[in-house]
Design a protein around this ligand. Structure first.
Ligand SMILES: [Zn+2]
Length: 229
């Protein structure tokens, strides 16, 4: 009996951990983890910006290739460089919410989560005049109230299909190679134009990888879309 109880407890603790740590887990509410398509479209997404070095370079590369993308802007960085958020918007990309402080939400209270979503929303709205309709949690970590709170702010929760660890700075060629090899129809690809913990963080490798990524994915027959608002 005790054994059965213990293993039931172990299962439920395991299930809860899965719900929190598995970024695409449905346990804590719905998360969109891929595009609703099978026709060779992928979505490039950039988190943690804006960043004064990388964001303009990334926007230049996207503009030159006429590729639309989605930016999950960090409120704290939007307050520092609102004009960059304005540029993202003006150039036709989707602007979405990544919260304000970039702290993991797993063990945070509903009040804390609500504040993060609201502060990020306000910073983005102030920077570019648009109210975001999508939210991505820092590190994809959620708890049972993240998705409902985002929804209450009019934002659906977004995960990703393919992460390539560009934040570990493996080199532009490695980043490009991982994306080009890993992408499939409907993939939501996670990249970073900023550093969630350092406003001056180095994302130049991601910026340099981007033209290679665009060329390589086009050679594989893919085209690009933003996440629909
Ligand atoms: Zn992030």
């Amino acid at each position: 009996m005790i054994g059965a109880l213990a293993s039931a407890a172990a299962i439920s603790v395991g299930t809860l951990a899965w719900g929190a740590f598995e970024r695409n887990s449905p346990l804590f509410g719905r998360v969109q983890r891929r595009l609703p398509t099978t026709d060779g479209v992928v979505a490039l997404t950039f988190d943690d910006g804006p960043n004064v070095q990388a964001t303009p370079a990334i926007l230049d590369a996207l503009g030159e290739a006429a590729v639309p993308a989605t930016f999950f802007v960090l409120g704290r960085h939007a307050n520092q460089w609102p004009s960059l958020v304005g540029r993202v918007r003006q150039e036709g990309h989707a602007v979405a919410n990544h919260g304000f402080h970039h702290r993991k939400l797993l063990w945070r209270s509903p009040r804390y989560v609500r504040e993060e979503v609201a502060l990020g929303t306000a910073s983005i709205e102030q920077a570019c005049g648009v109210r975001p309709t999508m939210f991505r949690a820092p590190h994809g970590q959620r708890n049972p109230w993240v998705t409902p709170i985002a929804r209450a702010h009019g934002q659906r929760t977004i995960g990703w299909t393919l992460g390539v660890w560009d934040t570990a700075l493996p080199g532009a060629n490695v980043i490009a190679d991982r994306v080009i090899r890993g992408a499939q129809s409907g993939s939501i690809i996670l990249l970073h134009d900023g550093d969630g913990y350092d406003p001056a963080g180095d994302r130049s490798q991601t910026a340099r990888a981007l033209p290679l990524i665009i060329r390589g994915l086009r050679e594989r027959g893919f085209s690009f879309a933003t996440l629909a608002p």
